[in-house]
Design a protein around this ligand. Structure first.
Ligand SMILES: Cc1ncc(COP(=O)(O)O)c(C=O)c1O
Length: 399
């Protein structure tokens, strides 16, 4: 709160903050930053009402798993709250190594490095390897963290149409220089729920001097054997240089990972600014991810239930004639197509006790304003019935 006797001199940036139209709009309609008052699995409490959470990335529903919770609690007592430093200096601990070794082995890579956020991991997966003079081939719809990594790398960028290997082939053919190339895609696209056709992408850059990075934040736990992800799903793990992602989705923690050859991970540890100069992930975050990784493999019923729920939810949306942008995975958008109606749809769902995320341009391509929803193994049959009723109501009210 500003003190009454303190009136800061106007500066351009102070005025920019005060007068920003997008911020004013956000605060007026308030679709974001809702602070939930309580949570138990897929049930959250908001403004005193219990609601179904239909927008979390807790795909396997492990964030309330007793073993996972216990692991976090034990680590907190054993190691304290934080390593309070970067890995390169005072922040490395045995639990980081344990998680990295287990993740690397699971993903079929030689080595792995974990960061305090998936955003950092995925950003670093581009920024640490690409340099000025390199050319990046980039799917147009990649996540913001990859774009930030691209910007920091100062490499040249060639975009290709979303999930379109033929366009990648054309773009690559038009960039014949002898300079190093790097392909950047996601495994499962977070907004669209599309699976990247990795074998076709690899074929499109075959024969080029091309490194590749796959952000599999949404593929881990969802696709592949035991949830090994998109590369494993297609059987191309050994042809992927870097698999990066988040610990905050199927692994029910927070943090991120970068997995690849030992040489590439050690290179990132030498040159990656985000790796060098940011504090390591906390003991409880690491322990939660390590235990969730074990549970994911020893209790396949969570993934079975996730896919069962996904099929049922997809059928609900299809029967209502809603546009799911061809999603093939538990990340399922409901595309509305314009801001006003998307907002009305989102509000109608909220009215019926279903919490979703309003995603409007520029976060999504123009004309693709949508409601982001994601299914979890934790959704019960009763919750799916409630979701079906809410979707029917929102369609009637908003479309
Ligand atoms: C594709 C993708 N990559 C990276 C991230 C960043 O992960 P985190 O939220 O754990 O920082 C996200 C999160 O939304 C994502 O969807």
């Amino acid at each position: 709160m500003a003190l009454p006797f303190f009136s800061p001199k106007p500066t351009s940036i102070r005025e920019r903050c005060r007068d920003d139209a997008a911020t004013k709009l956000r605060l007026r309609y308030a679709p974001y930053y809702h602070a939930m008052e309580a949570q138990s699995g897929t049930t959250i409490r908001l403004q005193g009402r219990d609601m179904v959470m239909l927008a979390s990335n807790d795909y396997l529903g492990l964030s309330f798993h007793p073993k996972v919770i216990e692991a976090g609690r034990t680590a907190l007592h054993q190691w304290g709250t934080s390593p309070t430093g970067a890995r390169v200096s005072n922040g490395s601990r045995a639990y980081h190594h344990e998680l990295e070794e287990k993740l690397a082995a699971f993903l079929g890579k030689e080595a792995c490095h974990v960061h305090a956020a998936g955003y950092l991991s995925c950003l670093s997966s581009v920024a640490a390897f690409a340099q000025r003079g390199d050319t990046l081939f980039v799917d147009k719809n990649i996540h913001s963290c990859l774009w930030e990594g691209i910007r920091l790398s100062t490499a040249e960028v060639e975009r290709f149409a979303h999930n379109d290997p033929a366009d990648l082939r054309a773009v690559a053919a038009a960039s014949p220089g002898a300079n190093p190339k790097l392909l950047v895609v996601e495994g499962i696209y977070s907004m669209e729920g599309h699976i990247a056709p990795l074998p076709d992408f690899l074929a499109a850059v075959e024969g080029l001097d091309c490194f590749n990075v796959v952000d599999d934040a949404h593929g881990l736990g969802v696709l592949g054997r035991d949830g090994r992800g998109t590369a494993d799903h297609f059987g191309v793990t050994d042809r992927i240089d870097i698999i990066c992602g988040s610990l905050s989705k199927s692994l029910a923690s927070t943090g991120g990972f970068v997995a690849g050859s030992r040489a590439s991970i050690e290179f990132m540890r030498t040159h990656g600014k985000q790796t060098l100069f940011s504090a390591a992930i906390s003991p409880s975050q690491a322990a939660v991810a390590t235990t969730a990784l074990e549970v994911m493999q020893s209790e396949p019923e969570h993934r079975d239930r996730l896919w069962e729920n996904t099929r049922r939810y997809k059928a609900i949306l299809t029967s209502l004639g809603l546009d799911t942008w061809g999603s093939e995975t538990p990340a399922i958008p409901v595309v509305i197509g314009d801001k006003q109606r998307a907002y009305a749809f989102w509000q109608a769902l909220l009215e019926k006790g279903v919490f979703t995320v309003l995603s409007i341009a520029p976060a999504v391509p123009p004309g693709k304003d949508l409601i982001r929803t994601a299914i979890s193994a934790g959704h019960t049959d009763t919750q799916l019935d409630q979701i079906a009723d809410a979707m029917a109501y929102a369609k009637k009210k908003a479309l």
